[in-house]
Design a protein around this ligand. Structure first.
Ligand code: ZN
Length: 451
């Protein structure tokens, strides 16, 4: 399909100031300007009352947790206790059908908060995991039409995975992880700069999921196959304590010593980063997936983002799993990021335009999707039209930044991924809301039988 978006309030584009129209042809942005002519084979999208943003890129999520919002036992707990009370307690009981419904809900929420590319840290693997569990995630992403990276988690250290203790599941061996990674890579991974599907090698926790030997093996495997890498690091101070206790060095040096720093790697959180850590990240080009809502929700702290940005650390934003980020809104992450660093660092700490860049081009760059993330002619047509023709947005003097500054609730009126319309008139294309609610509740009822 070819589209012409006309008469928008404005377009966030580095190439065209004051543009109101965008032409989409064969999945790419073909033109950006004003009063573009309508061609006979184009569907016209009325952009009046909307601002057009590049589609947002969330670089850290756990779609499985979309079924685990506000679980009572975890509401007031810090990270370690919350992990035991919520995700670890439920994850071995996920069936492929539950996973499919969770992914559909999570991706639905992504689209309706402005996301067009989602990187999901999927870690529901043990020795006897059905391959259909992972396939359910791929299927949901493909059906809903979002650009997608599956960050394949794993925990292989026998006996050390607290989430597995008492749950009668065995961890994977490193050989099994590699075999399964290789099967997924062949089936789904596309190395193109505008790939719709990517595989990422992603130990669930860099410090806790395996020993150094496995990290080195996985590092070699990833680099040998052109796969990016991702993990959790320094979300809380425990990572630093464990790295010191087990390996006698700071966590960031442990990462470096096993080949886990580089411009093909990003870590979620990095809340507890000191100057040495920031210097190491910057020198190696290792990025951050900053998840401010989850960090607030779990009381983990606030990552030193201004210092990271000033040092040259690549920055992206992510929603994190909905069990610790119940809003599941990327727009909220942008709003929160803009505000929270100003609260602790003063009014120079963040600028709205900069935060939008982190949430779009910054994420695309970290994922290696060079042809995604900005609205420019020739790039992939990933864009979102926020409706600002509402009373609460009507008084904003800077309309292009209105969604970011006003935050939720907001309305994504239309959204396009790779030139395909995935949100039309505020509805996710191909998803029936009533049915989605029914399926989610049904899956939750089945999960709760395992309490
Ligand atoms: Zn996470």
């Amino acid at each position: 399909m070819n589209y012409l978006i006309r008469n928008a309030v404005g377009v966030v584009s580095p190439a065209s100031l004051n543009a109101t129209d965008i032409r989409i042809r064969a999945g790419k942005i073909a033109d950006i300007g004003c009063q573009l002519d309508i061609r006979p084979d184009e569907t016209v999208i009325d952009g009046r009352g909307c601002v057009v943003w590049p589609g947002l890129v969330s670089t850290h999520h756990h779609l499985a947790q979309s079924l685990l919002k506000g679980v009572p036992a975890g509401i007031n707990e810090p990270l370690g206790e919350w992990l035991k009370a919520v995700p670890w307690r439920f994850w071995p009981h996920f069936t492929p059908t539950m996973m499919y419904h969770a992914a559909r809900l999570g991706l639905y929420e992504m689209l309706l908060s402005g996301v067009t590319t989602c990187a999901d840290h999927h870690y529901l693997y043990h020795r006897d995991t059905s391959p259909e569990l992972e396939e359910a995630v791929w299927q949901a992403a493909e059906e809903i039409g979002i650009r997608f990276a599956l960050c394949r988690g794993f925990a292989i250290e026998a006996g050390s995975h607290k989430g597995m203790q008492g749950l009668h599941v065995e961890p994977e061996s490193i050989e099994l992880v590699i075999d399964r990674l290789e099967a997924t890579r062949k089936r789904h991974h596309d190395p193109a700069s505008d790939a719709m599907a990517r595989l990422v090698v992603a130990p669930t926790s860099l410090v806790h999921s395996s020993g150094p030997e496995a990290l080195r093996i996985l590092s070699d495997y990833a680099r040998g196959n052109g796969l990016r890498r991702h993990s959790h690091l320094l979300e809380v101070g425990f990572d630093e304590q464990q790295a010191q206790a087990k390996y006698g060095m700071p966590a960031i040096d442990y990462a470096a010593s096993n080949g886990w720093l580089g411009n093909d790697i990003w870590f979620a959180h990095l809340v507890h980063s000191d100057r040495h850590t920031i210097n190491q990240l910057a020198a190696s080009g290792t990025g951050i997936g900053h998840c401010p809502t989850s960090n607030c929700r779990l009381g983990s702290g606030i990552a030193p983002l201004r210092a990271m940005a000033d040092a040259g650390v690549p920055i992206s934003l992510g929603v994190d799993g909905s069990a610790s980020s119940e809003s599941a809104s990327m727009l909220q992450e942008l709003n929160m990021c803009w505000l929270i660093h100003r609260a602790i660092g003063g009014p120079q700490a963040t600028r709205a335009e900069e935060v939008l860049g982190w949430g779009s081009a910054g994420g695309a760059s970290i994922l290696g999707l060079e042809n995604v993330g900005t609205l420019e002619v020739g790039k992939a047509a990933d864009m979102v039209l926020f409706d600002i023709d509402t009373p609460r947005h009507s008084a904003v003097h800077t309309p292009l930044m209105a969604p970011l500054m006003c935050g939720e609730p907001t309305t994504v009126k239309h959204s396009f991924v790779n030139g395909r319309q995935v949100v039309a008139d505020g509805n996710v294309v191909g998803v029936d809301d009533e049915r989605l609610i029914h399926e989610v509740k049904e899956s939750i009822a089945l999960l709760l039988k395992h309490q």
